[in-house]
Design a protein around this ligand. Structure first.
Ligand code: 3HC
Length: 297
């Protein structure tokens, strides 16, 4: 009966066992995972936009190849996460419809513009760095498919972070103008990167329950603090300085309300890409029907 299944679920979570798709789970656990995993997946594919802005303008073939590989990785991360979310009984179509309708979120960080080439470095170093700090604990999340998706994503994220760091190092050690460009990008991306960890703990509506279910393994502020501690020595090694002061939580709230610098642009471009890509989806379905679902051609 329900009480026995709830007790078995609670015992499995308490014992740090993985909950798998066919296990019984509370509806609220399922719903919270769909919410977080969908938003994580949406973040990955929206995150392709700010970086892709510089693929055609990369300063060398090497930098262009690295950036293309990274943007392709983000698309792949989105697909892993949509697939993991589908194990909870939802569908990619449903999740994308919610994103396009503004009924599901994506990370606030991607509502900022990439104004110079140095932004590609700042995103790699700071945004992917923050994502790693957030995602490593998620490898121990109680829901099996999410935790396993994180293991693979974290490996690729490390390459993203290293290439961003190395790009900034090249600029920082370049001409005074290049150094200034790197510093300007860090100044603009530092605070929004800290906002990726979510609101302060006392304003985090999901944390208590998410931590009880062992989805979230550390609080927003704890991971934010961990990221700040990691970033200090790296900024020193880069010869760049991190802004000092406080996070502007009003800005955070405005961006979440849709009033960030690029919110409309990001969603409009996403909707357009979805519409323009309809023929690819139709062709894939027609091909699968003709050649038998999933049989290798
Ligand atoms: N951007 C947008 N929304 C945010 C946010 C942010 N930076 N931080 C918090 N929120 C939202 C939450 O989704 C929640 O709203 P909802 O109820 O409508 O979902 C509300 O603000 C309150 O926040 P909580 O702290 O209560 O919510 P969570 O417990 O879900 O914690 C989180 C927020 C830490 C972001 C958590 O959801 C999480 O760890 N998600 C997985 C990580 C993720 O999504 N990362 C995306 C980063 S970008 C990326 O990975 C791409 C990489 O390749 C660069």
């Amino acid at each position: 009966d329900e009480a026995a299944r709830q007790a078995a679920f609670d015992a499995a979570v308490a014992a740090d066992e993985r909950i798998e798709p066919r296990d019984w789970m509370p509806d609220a656990y399922r719903a919270s995972l769909v919410r977080q995993m969908a938003q994580h997946a949406h973040s990955e594919i929206i995150g392709m936009q700010p970086e892709a802005n510089w693929i055609t303008r990369a300063p060398s073939l090497r930098r262009k190849a690295i950036l293309m590989a990274k943007v392709q990785d983000e698309a792949g991360h989105g697909l892993y996460l949509y697939s993991a979310a589908e194990t909870l009984g939802t569908s990619r179509e449903e999740l994308l419809d919610k994103l396009h309708a503004g009924r599901q979120r994506y990370s606030s960080i991607f509502n900022y513009p990439t104004l110079t080439w140095a932004d590609v470095g700042a995103i790699g170093w700071l945004v992917d760095g923050a994502a790693i700090t957030n995602q490593v604990p998620l490898c121990r999340c109680s829901y099996g498919p999410y935790a396993r998706a994180m293991v693979r994503i974290c490996k690729e994220e490390s390459f993203h972070q290293r290439q961003g760091y190395e790009l900034l190092l090249a600029l920082s050690r370049g001409t005074p103008a290049q150094h200034a460009m790197a510093q300007d990008a860090v100044d603009r991306w530092w605070w929004p990167s800290l906002m990726m960890f979510g609101p302060p703990d006392e304003e985090s509506g999901h944390s208590a329950q998410s931590m009880a279910w062992k989805i979230k393994r550390h609080s927003n502020d704890e991971l934010r603090r961990r990221f700040i501690e990691i970033s200090g020595p790296q900024a020193d090694a880069l010869g760049l300085t991190l802004p000092t002061g406080e996070i502007d939580w009003d800005e955070f709230k405005e961006v979440l309300k849709g009033n960030g610098p690029c919110n409309e642009q990001r969603i409009a471009q996403r909707r357009r890409a979805h519409e323009e890509g309809a023929w690819v989806r139709d062709a894939a379905v027609a091909y699968a029907a003709k050649h038998g679902e999933g049989k290798p051609s």
